[in-house]
Write a protein that binds this ligand. Structure first.
Ligand code: C5P
Length: 221
C-alpha cells in the first residue's frame, strides 16, 4: 500500500501530568491519565513517524513503536523536549503543572502539634509549548491542547497566539463531561483559519483523526 504518509518525519509528543515535589514524599499534580497523549503518539507512529513520547508519571503502558522517555517534573519534561529537537511535528498534550514549590524540602515536612501550618510558596514552571512554538528550531507543525472548563473557544484562540502554535485542540473538561480520566473526548480544533467541532469520539479516534490531519498537512507540503 505504498509508503506510510509520515515516514521520515520526526514527532515529539508530551503526555500525562507532571509531579512537582513538596518534599521527598509529597507532590503537587493534576488529573491526567496520559490516555490522549499516548494514543496520539501511537497514531503518529502507525503512520510512519519517528516518535519521541515524553511523559510524566502515568499508570498506562508505553505505546508500541514509540521511543518513550519518562520524566517527573515540568523542568525535566522541558529539558527532554528541547533535547529531542529538531522535529517536524510537536504535539504537546501533557497537563503540565503551572506552578512548582519554590524550594522543595530535602526532608519530609513534619507535623508538630501546636505549631503553625506550613504554607507553600510557588513559582512558575516553564511553558513547554510556548518554548517550542517560539524556538529557533520550531517544528513545522506545533499543536497544543487546551483543557478548559469555560469559554473554551476564546481561551483557545488566545492560546494559539500566545504560544506560537498552529493548532489548538480544545476540550471542555468540566467534571460533568467525564473527559478527565475517561476514554472519550469531544474536541474543537482551533486554527488561524477557523474552528472545527469534532463529534464525541473515543480518545483513540481523536488520535487517529488528528494524525490523519497532520499527514494531510505534510502531503500538501
Ligand atoms: O496554558 P495551558 O496550560 O492551558 O496550555 C495548554 C497547552 O500548553 C497544552 O498543549 C500543554 O501541553 C501546554 N503546556 C506546556 N507547558 C506548560 C503548560 C502548558 O507545554 N507549562
Amino acid at each position: 500500500d505504498g509508503p506510510k504518509p509520515l515516514a521520515g518525519r520526526m514527532a515529539i509528543v508530551t503526555s500525562g501530568p507532571t509531579h512537582e515535589p513538596i518534599d521527598p514524599v509529597r507532590y503537587i499534580a493534576n488529573r491526567s491519565s496520559g490516555r490522549q497523549g499516548h494514543a496520539i503518539a501511537a497514531a503518529l507512529a502507525k503512520l510512519g513517524a519517528d516518535v519521541a513520547l515524553i511523559c510524566g508519571p502515568v499508570s498506562i503502558a508505553d505505546p508500541v513503536g514509540v521511543r518513550t522517555i519518562h520524566v517527573e517534573r515540568a523542568e525535566e519534561m522541558r529539558d527532554a523536549v528541547l533535547a529531542a529537537l529538531p522535529a517536524d511535528i510537536a504535539v504537546m498534550v501533557a497537563a503540565v503543572a503551572d506552578w512548582r514549590v519554590a524550594s522543595a524540602a530535602d526532608q519530609k515536612i513534619k507535623k508538630h502539634p501546636g505549631e503553625s501550618i506550613p504554607t507553600l510558596a510557588l513559582t512558575e514552571n516553564p511553558d513547554i509549548l510556548k518554548a517550542v512554538g517560539h524556538h529557533t528550531m520550531r517544528p513545522t507543525l506545533v499543536i497544543g491542547f487546551a483543557a478548559e472548563t469555560q469559554d473554551v473557544e476564546n481561551n483557545a484562540k488566545a492560546k494559539l497566539e500566545r504560544k506560537g502554535a498552529d493548532l489548538i485542540v480544545a476540550n471542555d473538561v468540566s467534571p460533568a463531561t467525564g473527559v478527565m480520566g475517561g476514554t472519550r473526548n469531544s474536541v474543537k480544533l482551533i486554527s488561524r483559519s477557523g474552528v472545527e467541532q469534532w463529534p464525541d469520539l473515543g480518545k483513540e479516534e481523536v488520535a487517529e483523526k488528528l494524525a490523519a490531519l497532520i499527514a494531510e498537512r505534510f502531503r500538501q507540503g
